[in-house]
Design a protein around this ligand. Structure first.
Ligand SMILES: Cc1ncc(C[n+]2csc(CCOP(=O)(O)OP(=O)(O)O)c2C)c(N)n1
Ligand SMILES: [Mg+2]
Length: 180
């Protein structure tokens, strides 16, 4: 499964959940697959999607889905420990693991030598999942968080254009939705 297919399958099973998406191609692919005012396309701030998602989940009762990357989550592993300690029931952290820094030329990460699902489990995430060929996100949505979802995807970025929305407009639109 390609990353864009994983994004498409996951968002196809969402309704009004808030989505924080990783920097670079993942956000471009999400924007291309489906744009929504419930989407926050994180531009810049590599590694921070999980932290933004955590903060958001603590300030709303809405369900928050973070679409993160292996490189980014490994860069900010401490965020998993903070997430466990804050224990938000409404947070789902998805790691789209292509084994590399896909958005910048696919330089290899350490994801292949570390079992990310076991890491999340041992930290104390209430529920963890691993998907490769299909994604049963309905099952994920039913679970009490914090939930960790490891999705193994193929390398490669889809040929999708850059996001033609101003970053401030993305933020303003999203904040309005959060407060609604
Ligand atoms: C602090 C910092 N370092 C490096 C970058 C450049 N950069 C942007 S996206 C990215 C790769 C992210 O990899 P991953 O989270 O695995 O997502 P993928 O693109 O593979 O889906 C890198 C290195 C950055 N924006 N900020
Ligand atoms: Mg990656």
């Amino acid at each position: 499964m390609k990353r864009i297919d994983a994004i498409s399958r996951i968002t196809g099973q969402l309704k009004d959940e808030l989505v924080i998406c990783n920097i670079g191609f993942p956000s471009r692919e999400l924007y291309h697959v489906k744009d929504s005012k419930t989407h926050f396309y994180m531009m810049g701030s590599m590694g921070m999607a999980s932290s933004i998602g955590l903060g958001l989940s603590m300030s709303t009762d809405k369900k928050v889905v973070v679409l993160d990357g292996d490189g980014s989550v490994l860069m900010n592993l401490g965020s998993l420990v903070t997430t466990y300690n804050q224990n938000p029931e409404n947070l789902i952290l998805v790691v789209l693991d292509n084994g590399c820094y896909g958005s910048t030329g696919c330089q290899k990460t350490y994801a292949s030598t570390v079992n990310l699902k076991k890491v999340a489990e041992s930290i104390g995430f209430r529920k963890t999942f691993f998907f490769k060929d299909e994604i049963n996100f309905n099952e994920v949505l039913k679970s009490k968080g914090p939930v960790f979802v490891h999705v193994k995807v193929e390398k490669g970025n889809a040929k999708v254009p850059i996001i033609d929305m101003d970053p401030c407009a993305v933020k303003t639109r999203f904040m309005k939705e959060v407060k609604s």
